[in-house]
Design a protein around this ligand. Structure first.
Ligand SMILES: Cc1cc2nc3c(=O)[nH]c(=O)nc-3n(C[C@H](O)[C@H](O)[C@H](O)COP(=O)(O)O)c2cc1C
Length: 174
């Protein structure tokens, strides 16, 4: 299918809100929204252009306290297919104040899983303009996807999203 799929989770939170903004910036008619909640590897295999949306909720809370296991259920599906030739990018929600030492770590977690399965990611973002202490999302000095902080920098979201969508345009062909 030639549409761009946005695989996102959880539903109804900040990731969902930003996923909607990305859809609007690309053009609604070119995008399919896929909640990861009930998605499987078969859904991934339908698309050659995929944007993933994930939040970081702390490794220890992933399976436990935090009331969101959409991604915990879907993450094992990621490793069941190969990604060579696909256009792929990740955006991630985080909180750079409360969680400065693990800022948007799950972009890194997901990105590494994809790369181990043949993915080449686009949409790398400079760390300039972000304040944080450490992040697993930084590889070779830049974020491997787009970090968004709706908790402490919501006023920057639209600009970040719009710049990033422009960056994706050539590879995603929209
Ligand atoms: C229990 C918990 C743990 C969190 N851990 C992190 C973290 O380690 N790093 C980070 O950048 N943000 C962390 N956050 C912030 C969330 O990623 C942020 O609030 C995000 O916008 C949530 O998006 P969602 O509601 O769509 O899941 C955490 C939030 C909660 C509630």
């Amino acid at each position: 299918m030639n549409k761009i799929a946005i695989f996102f989770g959880p539903l109804d939170g900040a990731v969902h809100k930003v996923a909607e903004k990305i859809k609007e910036a690309i053009g609604e008619e070119k995008v399919v929204m896929v909640p990861v909640k009930d998605a499987t590897v078969a859904d991934l295999e339908k698309y050659d252009k995929i944007i993933f949306g994930i939040s970081t909720v702390g490794r220890e809370t992933w399976h436990a306290k935090y009331n969101n296991d959409d991604w915990a259920n879907f993450l094992p599906e990621i490793g069941k297919t190969r990604y060579e030739g696909k256009a792929l990018a990740i955006f991630g929600l985080g909180d750079h104040v409360t969680y400065a030492a693990t800022f948007v770590d799950h972009i890194g977690l997901l990105g590494r899983e994809l790369m181990e399965n043949g993915a080449t990611l686009v949409g790398q973002v400079s760390t300039e303009g972000y304040e944080f202490d450490d992040s697993e999302a930084v590889i070779d000095g830049e974020f491997i996807g787009l970090p968004v902080d709706e908790d402490f920098e919501p006023e920057l979201t639209d600009e970040r999203v719009n710049n990033w969508v422009e960056q994706l345009r050539p590879r995603f062909g929209f």
